[in-house]
Design a protein around this ligand. Sequence first.
Ligand code: BGC
Length: 388
Amino acid sequence: MKAKKIVSMLMTVAVAVSVLTGCGGGRTAEPTSVADTAKTAETEKTDSKPTGNSSESNASEGNSSKGGVVGVALPWLGTQNWAEAEVMFKEQLEAAGYETIIQAADQKVPQQQQQIESMIENGANVIVVGPVDGTQLGSVLEKAKDAGVYVIGYDRLLENTTGVDGIVQFGSVKTGELQAQALLQGLEELKGEAPYNIELFGGGPADPNAPNFFKGAMTVLQPLIDDGTLVVVSGQTEFTQCATADWDNSKAQSRMDAILAGNYSDIEIDGVLSPNDGIARAIITSCENAGQPIPVVSGLDAENESVKWVWSGKQYSTVAKPTNALVAKTVSIIDSLLAGNGMPETDVTANNGVIDVPVYELPPVVVTKDNAKEVFADDPDRMALLTE
Ligand code: BGC
């Protein structure tokens, strides 16, 4: 019998006769001593303080009767979406009645492994993971699974492990397609007739999103590179050549500097595929420093600084993937799990190299100056940036 089915059965029994003891563990997998169940957490919730050793552990005082401990392991806080996730998980999880252990790993795999270990040890019922490297958490996530803890991949796929129950993300291939379509639209709008001189950038190669963004973009761009509409002047069209280690903006800027110095001394660059906003701004800065006209550049995240640049025309586009919606979706799945109802239904799965993982996808939305006010109509903070 599958563990999740057992969960709801045992939860019912637990509610009726309170037979379960111990702490931690969200799912009633194998009957281990660490186990089990949200019910246990629920009964402990009223008077317990958080068991996490993180300085960011928090009790949710005077809250609903739901309860449970939720760990959130983020890869870093270096882009706005992750910094927002840290704040929004805390707010939304506490509002839902959970205790939280929220940590970020500064792009370091061992640090993230250790943080997840400690979340397991400290009684997490569910651990939400935005991996630094999608392939490097296999054994610690198996350990979580064996301890009866649910694991949800957040924003990024968790690869090569059976220790994952579901992934919540914005369509990553779709994101790349939108970036490439916006690049083409901007070229046609602002750079006259084809052919167009362009360059391609990818994100951090350890992040499973980065090759998917690139793949989505190349399904749109490759045919136009093949027919000569687009000219990648540097000749660098493979993901491995275009990737930006650790999503590091300064590395992207150095690569752009080198490409411009080596290939564009007597020609103009028209456009650049950028995988996110930080890298977009680094690319634009490099072009400005080289005395180039500003190229059409794509982006991702609708970071405040880039929303301003899109509004002023300095960055052509970004892609909005609202963190509050992704966090809310994750919290709704946690609610379902800890209420004993298992993972919600979804038609989408992704093979992570070992198993097919249920995927809960939200739609990314491309943003240009033309539609910014519509896209951000319900986002007063970003609306406030669309001035003058
Ligand atoms: C996220 C992007 C983010 C990037 C770098 C990706 O996995 O989807 O929103 O810009 O990581 O942090």
